[in-house]
Design a protein around this ligand. Structure first.
Ligand code: NAP
Length: 254
């Protein structure tokens, strides 16, 4: 029998960076967190990263289950949600956070890199939203937060695939918000700016400096800055907010 006592949170890409900070920020005695991760390149390293998230959630008094699930695969997403429902029987919060970059200038961009980024950053969010929404609609409650990006609003040279995926995610957010509002489900997006994670660590120093010069608050963001916005959007205090894009960028876009 599923244990429905705890509120159930699902986070995609929870092994590192922003996703891990979200798992920790939402952790508590009344919450069970399911997150996924995937790395065919370094499966052992990623399992260790996932174990680190589970440990940090436990230290915050919570419970987390990490599963190796490729969100680019419809079958694996289905398996993930079946497991969530088998254990918990409900889904209260979905955070579509998993994302990758495969940067190149438009004229040089390879089609497989376009497809992979769109599959992981956008199609997976559509699939996960569909899976979670079926349960949330029956419950007549739920919160969905999509991790977009500032570049999905303003564009960015060298990232046509990534920007298209994030702009698409904002469109998905607005449409899902309209469709699901009558069932008491809110859907919002967060648009982070320049956040210190593995995703931005590999940027050349000149690019980092150029980006930082565009941040009025004068520092890069921390994963915790983004997680704090998620905590707000899934809280009771945000019950009347849906279909919005909350920028967490130190003022990069005003
Ligand atoms: P990150 O440190 O690179 O972490 C990405 C996470 O997504 C990892 O947990 C990774 O799992 C997971 N992931 C990647 N591909 C996956 C797949 N196919 N299936 C399941 N999980 C997968 O990135 P981050 O900076 O925290 O970014 C998190 C989100 O914020 C992304 O959507 C990103 O686009 C967005 N964002 C980030 C920034 C920024 O400045 N960092 C700015 C704007 C938006 P593994 O550990 O197994 O690889």
């Amino acid at each position: 029998m599923p244990d429905q006592e705890k509120s159930t949170v699902v986070v995609t890409g929870g092994s590192r960076g922003i996703g891990r900070a979200i798992c920790i920020a939402l952790a508590g005695p009344k919450t069970r967190i399911f997150f996924n991760y995937f790395s065919p390149v370094d499966p052992e390293g990623e399992a260790a990263a996932a174990a680190e998230t589970i440990k940090a959630v436990a230290a915050a008094g919570g419970e987390a289950v990490g599963m190796n699930v490729d969100v680019a695969s419809a079958e694996e997403i289905q398996r993930f949600f079946e497991e969530v429902l088998k254990v918990s029987g409900r889904i209260d919060v979905l955070i579509n956070n998993a994302g990758i970059t495969k940067d190149a200038l438009l004229v040089r961009m390879k089609e497989p890199d376009w497809d992979l980024v769109l599959d992981i950053n956008l199609k997976a969010a559509f699939r996960c939203t569909q899976m979670a929404a079926r349960t949330m609609m029956k419950q007549r409650s739920g919160r969905i937060v999509n991790m977009a990006s500032i570049v999905g609003v303003i564009g960015n040279a060298g990232q046509a695939n990534y920007v298209a995926s994030k702009a698409g995610l904002i469109g998905l957010t607005k449409t899902a918000a309209k469709e699901l509002a009558p069932r008491g489900i809110t859907v919002n997006a967060i648009a982070p700016g320049f956040i210190e994670t593995d995703m931005t660590a590999s940027l050349p120093e000149s690019v980092r400096e150029a980006m930082l010069s565009q941040v009025p608050l004068g520092r890069p963001g921390k994963p915790e800055d983004v997680a704090a916005a998620v905590v707000f959007l899934v809280s009771e205090a945000a019950a009347y907010i849906t279909g919005q894009v909350l920028h967490v960028s130190g003022g990069m876009y005003i």
